[in-house]
Design a protein around this ligand. Structure first.
Ligand SMILES: C[S@@+](CC[C@H](N)C(=O)[O-])C[C@H]1O[C@@H](n2cnc3c(N)ncnc32)[C@H](O)[C@@H]1O
Length: 145
């Protein structure tokens, strides 16, 4: 089973849309222990600097990037399960995206789809997929094939 308290999300920019915030809150209630750290949006370089300042060396960095690796929900659940409770920090860029230097620093880059989403929707999708991964590893009925 996934230990959600080993996962953290660093997200750039506020959630301004109420319906997205409501969706995020709904899934976060189902994922106790998941930390979401929101960073004020700024220039890409300042955002990169802030992120580098707050990540520690023992964290496994995963950047969200539409050009990254894509998985089925089951594959993602298995990949997370096989990471053996490593501390994983997912990083979602702001309106201008993440710098290539930050993407290159990541242990892997996760694509949610080849389509580009607004950062607010990317945050909601990632949190929903973490919830889905949790239920897949628990064998719950949420994920249907
Ligand atoms: C509006 S997008 C930024 C787009 C920008 N053109 C770029 O170069 O990244 C904001 C952030 O949402 C996340 N994002 C958007 N679509 C995504 C996708 N399909 N897969 C993974 N992350 C995505 C990424 O972290 C991205 O930095």
């Amino acid at each position: 089973m996934l230990n959600i308290s080993h996962y953290k999300i660093i997200a750039i920019g506020k959630i301004r849309k109420k319906w997205i915030q409501e969706g995020i809150e709904m899934y976060l209630k189902r994922l106790p222990g998941l930390e979401v750290k929101e960073i004020k949006d700024s220039t890409q370089l300042k955002e990169e600097h802030t992120i580098k300042e707050i990540i520690s060396k023992n964290e496994f960095l995963v950047t969200l990037n539409e050009n990254g690796q894509s998985f089925t929900s089951k594959q993602l659940a298995t990949k997370l399960l096989n990471s053996h409770n490593q501390n994983i920090t997912f990083v979602i860029g702001g309106a201008s995206g993440l710098t290539s230097s930050l993407n290159n620093l990541a242990s892997w880059q996760l694509s949610l789809s080849p389509l580009t989403f607004p950062h607010e929707i990317a945050r909601l999708l990632l949190i929903e997929q973490l919830y889905r991964a949790k239920t897949i590893t628990q064998g719950g009925p949420y994920h249907k094939e």
